[in-house]
Design a protein around this ligand. Structure first.
Ligand code: PHE
Length: 457
């Protein structure tokens, strides 16, 4: 049995890994992004494709990514190099680690800006300025925020600072404990909101929008985006889950663990959708409103329900925590690599990565005001220049291509016997089912969606 240990430490148990990986997966992707892109791409059919992608593509890739990580036990760049060598293949595979680090850096640069919006809303909800507003008034509060770069830079800086602090101290100590309490709390609060949404008068239309697929509305751009979102929301394809897998104890079952994480992540996204769309329809709002959707709908709900100020503050606070535990996983691979290869302390490595990410984030800050420009992408109208470009580039291309490479690596490059050993689930139907999916179905599906999305099919 080949067993390496990670120089960066290890999770205390399988549960700790589940919590951390769920902390990475559940974030702005579920609560902010899923509803707004579902709104933009027309609802039910988009949701259906997204769910199919989670099962047929996301889950097999997640198992591949965790197993690669646990076998290599280093940062993704070095893990890929080491395992390629072990299999007698070219070191070019470490490129996959590099593109992952780059994707994490690009994603975090704008992710932090959106997390900053949520931070601003913690205070808005707490101070009562959202109380009793109608849809139009809530909309103007949001526009005022995003067109004020000074405020946005402040919140973006604060969020990057918070992320840097946890990373500098090492992922395991702080994160494990925080996620254990906050994730269940976020979940409970979503249920409270669901209770409100169910009585808001928009349930029938909201649920219809989400759950009755009209396949004729499905554009090629929608299919590509739904697949890209499956990767984004599960934190796949850039090495975050590989990195966390490298801290996973040897005796934990990778397949079962992945199933739990993907299940929880999907549940949170669907809950968020079931909360937002009834409110959208009950108040005559536009489902395709774009990245501001949750900030233009949820405050209406908080403004009308008893204890709204309290629930609103708590909700945005938990959203910030969810974003925080995702952000950490976005830069951990880069920091771990600097520590491994450049003999840097964690603190210096973190400073370097966090500062550059912060700097690039300024472009996204300005995408909502001075630098905004329109363009259309595979049938969707986008208006927020560099922010949209970074998001489309990473979610729709870099993450799925990274995931494709991981599925291929685990099933074509690594020796089958090594893979059987690492997954430790025997060589029965379960293993074969996954192996067959990851070796054939997932790659073919991915390539098909790419070619289709690019208009080549
Ligand atoms: N999965 C996170 C979310 O849904 C975002 C993320 C993407 C985190 C890629 C890590 C890697 O918010």
């Amino acid at each position: 049995m080949t067993e390496r240990t990670s120089m960066h430490g290890q999770w205390s148990s399988r549960l700790a890994f589940i919590l951390a990986a769920t902390g990475s997966a559940v974030g702005l992707g579920n609560i902010w992004k899923f509803p707004y892109i579902t709104g933009e791409y027309g609802g039910g059919a988009f949701v259906l494709v997204y769910l199919a992608c989670v099962v047929a593509i996301g889950l097999p890739v997640m198992i591949a990514e965790v197993l690669i990580g646990r076998r290599g036990r280093q940062s993704p760049i070095n893990t890929m190099r080491c395992l390629a060598k072990e299999a007698g293949r070219s070191r070019v595979w470490s490129l996959l680690g590099w593109t992952g680090v780059l994707a994490g850096f690009l994603i975090l640069s704008y992710y932090s800006v959106i997390a900053g919006w949520a931070m601003a809303y913690v205070f808005k909800a707490g101070s009562g300025v959202l109380q009793g507003l109608d849809g139009a008034a809530v909309g103007s509060v949001f526009s005022a925020l995003v067109s004020d770069p000074v405020q946005l830079v402040f919140w973006h800086s604060l969020f990057m600072l918070m992320t840097g602090l946890v990373i500098a101290r090492g992922v395991q100590s702080g994160l494990e404990r925080a996620v254990r309490v906050l994730m269940p709390a976020l979940f409970a609060l979503l249920l409270v909101l669901l209770g409100y949404a169910l009585t808001s008068g928009g349930v029938a239309r909201g649920f219809d929008f989400l759950f009755s697929p009209d396949l004729s509305k499905l554009s090629t751009g929608a299919i590509l985006t739904a697949m890209g979102h499956a990767f984004f929301t599960l934190s796949l394809g850039m090495g975050a889950i590989m990195m966390y897998g490298s801290y996973l104890p040897q005796d934990a079952s990778i397949a079962k663990t992945s199933l739990v994480i993907a299940g929880l992540d999907t549940l949170v996204a669907l809950l968020a959708g079931m909360v937002i769309f009834p409110i959208v329809f009950a108040n005559g709002l536009e489902p395709g409103a774009g990245p501001g959707l949750i900030f233009q709908t949820l405050p209406i709900a908080f403004g009308q329900m008893p204890w709204g100020g309290f629930f609103g503050t708590l909700f945005f606070l938990l959203l910030v925590f969810a974003a925080w535990s995702s952000a950490i996983s976005l830069i951990e691979p880069a920091v771990a690599w600097l520590v491994e290869n450049h003999d840097m302390g964690r603190a210096r490595a973190t400073l370097l990565v966090a500062l550059s990410t912060w700097f690039l984030g300024l472009a996204s800050v300005l995408s909502f005001s001075d630098w905004a420009f329109d363009f259309s992408f595979l049938g969707a109208q986008k208006e927020n220049g560099i922010f949209d470009i970074l998001d489309l580039l990473t979610s729709n291309f870099m993450l799925p291509l990274g995931g494709l490479a991981m599925a291929l690596f685990a099933t074509w490059v690594m020796r089958r016997a090594d893979v059987v050993e690492e997954l430790a689930m025997g060589d029965g139907a379960g293993f074969r089912g996954w192996y067959y999916l990851a070796r054939y179905v997932t790659p073919v599906g991915l390539v098909f969606i790419f070619l289709n999305g690019l208009g080549l099919l």
